[in-house]
Write a protein that binds this ligand. Structure first.
Ligand SMILES: NC(=O)c1ccc[n+]([C@@H]2O[C@H](COP(=O)([O-])OP(=O)(O)OC[C@H]3O[C@@H](n4cnc5c(N)ncnc54)[C@H](OP(=O)(O)O)[C@@H]3O)[C@@H](O)[C@H]2O)c1
Length: 267
């Protein structure tokens, strides 16, 4: 049975793009969570998020969190822990990510082999895979408390109970690489998101005994700074789809990769 997204939610990279829209739709939902922590790395640049927070002062807290900085992740965990109503956090959406390196010639996609070196590869791994790993580690005890409060593990898994959703991409799929590579030959992005997928599988195995669901969602090809102006999906439709898919998740989806319309994607 579908479960609504309730309790407390943390979204990373929520100052623009899909993250901002996820937070907006969560805050404006008739069944909004009790607490939304909208995380971003640059509080000064987060104008749209600040305006949203002003409209929902009881609900929405903006938290500084740079996913590429372990100190920032620890500090954000402490700040969120202090503000949680009962010490429990139900849902983390690891949305923040980067693509690159960009190229001067706008006709070429970012991250081709020719423009990628060690630094570019490492930078994308740090943000797209290491950050979500450290967030899972630092915030685990709050998720654990939320799961414990929902009764025994046998009562099932859901995003209302305790969950980590990693925003991945179709381009992360090793099986689909043959079909998708030529349209997006992005080495660091693909490899770092494939690493995020393995992290998702490891966490799903590790956390399932505690009743914490972990899976990954591809948001579609979305019109954002990252997706570009030619992308066919709006942030509104993508976020709506992601939230709907999340509301339907149960233990059978633990450790899986799905798209924003609810279709499974092979690893
Ligand atoms: N758009 C698409 O077509 C598409 C397709 C597949 C998957 N995705 C995935 O969907 C998610 C959202 O993408 P998007 O299209 O909304 O991208 P976007 O418009 O480029 O936004 C990326 C967000 O991530 C944040 N971010 C980047 N590095 C960060 C860091 N070190 N610490 C904290 N925040 C950081 C950015 O913050 P700043 O403003 O501070 O840079 C921004 O809020 C990503 O995981 C992406 O890989 C997108």
């Amino acid at each position: 049975m579908a479960a609504r997204i309730g309790g407390s939610v943390l979204v990373t990279g929520s100052n623009r793009g899909i993250g901002l829209e996820l937070v907006r739709q969560l805050a404006e939902s008739t069944s909004a969570p009790a607490q939304i922590f909208a995380a971003c790395r640059d509080l000064y640049g987060a104008q749209a998020l600040k305006e949203l927070a002003q409209r929902h002062p009881q609900l929405l807290t903006i938290v500084r969190l740079d996913v590429a900085d372990p100190v920032s992740i620890s500090e954000a965990s402490r700040v969120v822990g202090d503000k949680l109503i009962d010490g429990s956090l139900n849902l983390i959406i690891n949305n923040a990510a980067i693509n690159g390196p960009a190229v001067n010639n706008g006709n070429n996609p970012p991250g081709t082999l020719a423009v990628t070196g060690k630094k570019e590869m490492v930078d994308l791994f740090v943000t797209n895979a290491v950050g979500p790993m450290l967030i899972a580690k630092e915030f685990r005890s709050y998720l654990q408390k939320a799961a414990d409060q929902s009764g025994p593990v046998t009562t099932g898994m859901s995003c209302s109970r305790a969950a980590i959703i990693n925003i991945s991409t179709l381009l992360s799929s090793v099986e689909k690489c043959r079909e998708t590579f030529s349209m997006a030959p992005m080495y660091p992005y693909r490899a770092s998101k494939a690493a995020l997928n393995m992290l998702t599988c490891c966490l799903a195995e590790d956390f399932q005994r505690d009743g914490i669901l972990v899976m990954a969602i591809h948001p579609g090809w979305v019109k954002t700074d990252m997706g570009g102006p030619n992308a066919p999906v709006t942030t509104e439709d993508s976020a709506k789809g992601i939230l709907h898919v999340m509301s339907t998740l149960t233990e059978k989806h633990n450790g899986s990769l799905m798209d924003w319309e609810g279709n499974g994607i092979p690893w």
